[in-house]
Design a protein around this ligand. Sequence first.
Ligand SMILES: [Zn+2]
Length: 297
Amino acid sequence: MKIKPILAVLMMVIMVLTACQSKQASQGDENDKASNSEQVKDKKNEQKADNQEGNKEEENIAESEKENDSKNENKESAKEESTAKKDEEPDQNGIVTISDPTAIDLVVNKQRKLPDGFEPPNLVEPNVPFSFDKWREKRQIREVAAGPLEELFKGAEKAGVDLVAVSGYRSYQRQETIYNYNVETKGLEHANKYSAKPGHSEHQTGLTMDVSSAGVSFNLVEDFRDTPEGDWLADHAHEYGFIIRYPKGDADITGYSYEPWHIRYVGKEMAKEIHEQQTTLEEFFGLYTEEKEKTNQ
Ligand SMILES: [Zn+2]
């Protein structure tokens, strides 16, 4: 009879197909992730149905869902999560003290301060032209950002624009002096609007440099954006790992008006992404929501 061999072949084909399918499923990352997140969702539904389960479990599931989500995204998003985890509880004034002030991906702003008296590690003087000759603490930047800053200046030079460094690291004590001086001479409201409170200046991280050009007499003014140097910086800073930290029109998010001269080192990958998304550091890390803003008003 011919039926038996045909059945045998069919069986073989089915077995091979089944083997192939299971192999594909285990090899495909995307399939794995999809099934993982399905499992998590199932788990969550069970969770909801079962009122006896504790809140902690709910949190764990939320965490693992978050993990699954971030696996589908890029490295920056993983960083985003890690930074969010580092957050500490705000004090009675709504101020968060940053728990890892030496991190490259930290966010310092009016709501987030560095620990009192924090001094960054490995401050060095970068080999770039400055607008002044004397040694001052503001000639310094953290070593991790010094090389990239030098590269940025080399890139600018190649493009035929003459960037000049104006102000880098600023200590807690120096910021305190500046802030107190502004309070005394211009009043509290003005001081709070235009200068950072001690611990709240990004310059204290050692990851920041203010730059300018001869076209605006090395001043830190919005007109810098219209010089060839300001123009080049806006387009190319990210290629060297720096972002324009306070973009135009985002004062309600960053806490500061447009500062086309203030660049902050975040590393190439993050800088590229922030540049492409035309976003702010606050939004990148999910630290700003419109709801938050509404409650602040
Ligand atoms: Zn600055």
